[in-house]
Design a protein. Structure first.
Length: 205
C-alpha cells in the first residue's frame, strides 16, 4: 500500500464520524433550544430537526452551543472566546463542570497507523475529538485536553495548560483551603475536575 493511499485512508477514518448524526439539543443565543440530530466539525455545529432533513451549519453568531446525547454519556459544548489575540473567533469547548467557576476542555485524540508490508511506515496524527462521544471524563489513554476555567463575570477564560500550579494558586487565591491542598499534593493537574467541584461546593459564595 503506497503512502498516498495510506494518507487517504487516514483522512477517511478521521472524518467518517462527521457524517454521523446523534441525538442532540442545539441552544441558540436567545435562550431557545431545539431537539434533533447534530455533529461538530471544524468549530461548526451541524444540526437537523429530523433525519429526513438536510443538516444546516451553525456558528457562534446565532448559536450558544450544542449538547450531544449518547448511550452512556452526554456532552455539552459551548462557544467560548479564548482571548482577543490568538483566537479572535469563539471556539467550541466541552463544558466539563458548571458552577460559579466553569471548567472547559478541548479534547484531542492521538492515533497511529500500523506498519505495512514489513516496512516501518507509521503515521501519528492528532485531531480534535468532537464528532463522537469522547469526554474529558473518559480517561482514555490516547486523549489529551486543553483546560480552561472561567467565572461568569470574566470576558475570557484562564488557560491552565502551562504553569498549572502557579495559575491555579492565583485563580483560586480566594480559597485558602484549596491552596493548602495543592501544597500538600492533594490537587494536581489530572485532578482539575475534583478541584473545580471542590471550589464550587465549598469555597464559592
Amino acid at each position: 500500500m503506497n503512502k498516498k493511499l495510506i494518507i487517504f485512508f487516514l483522512i477517511f477514518i478521521a472524518n467518517f464520524g462527521f457524517c454521523q448524526n446523534q441525538d442532540a439539543i442545539i441552544l441558540f443565543n436567545d435562550g431557545s433550544s431545539v431537539e434533533g440530530f447534530g455533529s461538530i466539525n471544524k468549530n461548526k455545529i451541524y444540526f437537523r430537526a429530523s433525519l429526513d432533513d438536510k443538516a444546516d451549519s451553525w456558528s457562534y453568531d446565532m448559536v450558544k452551543g450544542i449538547t450531544l446525547l449518547g448511550f452512556e454519556s452526554t456532552i455539552k459544548y459551548e462557544y467560548v472566546l479564548l482571548d482577543e489575540f490568538s483566537k479572535p473567533e469563539p471556539q467550541l469547548l466541552e463544558v466539563v463542570e458548571e458552577g460559579n467557576v466553569v471548567l472547559y476542555a478541548r479534547i484531542r485524540e492521538t492515533y497511529q497507523t500500523a506498519s505495512f508490508n514489513s516496512s516501518s511506515f507509521n503515521v501519528s496524527s492528532t485531531r480534535m475529538v468532537t464528532n463522537s462521544i469522547v469526554s474529558f471524563r473518559s480517561g482514555r489513554d490516547n486523549v489529551t485536553a486543553e483546560i480552561y476555567v472561567k467565572r461568569a463575570d470574566e470576558k475570557y477564560p484562564t488557560s491552565l495548560n502551562s504553569s498549572f500550579y502557579k495559575k491555579v494558586a492565583m485563580y483560586f487565591s480566594d480559597c485558602e483551603v484549596i491552596n493548602k491542598k495543592i501544597d500538600k499534593g492533594e490537587f494536581s493537574k489530572n485532578k482539575i475536575l475534583e478541584l473545580v467541584q471542590y471550589y464550587n461546593d465549598i469555597c464559592s459564595e
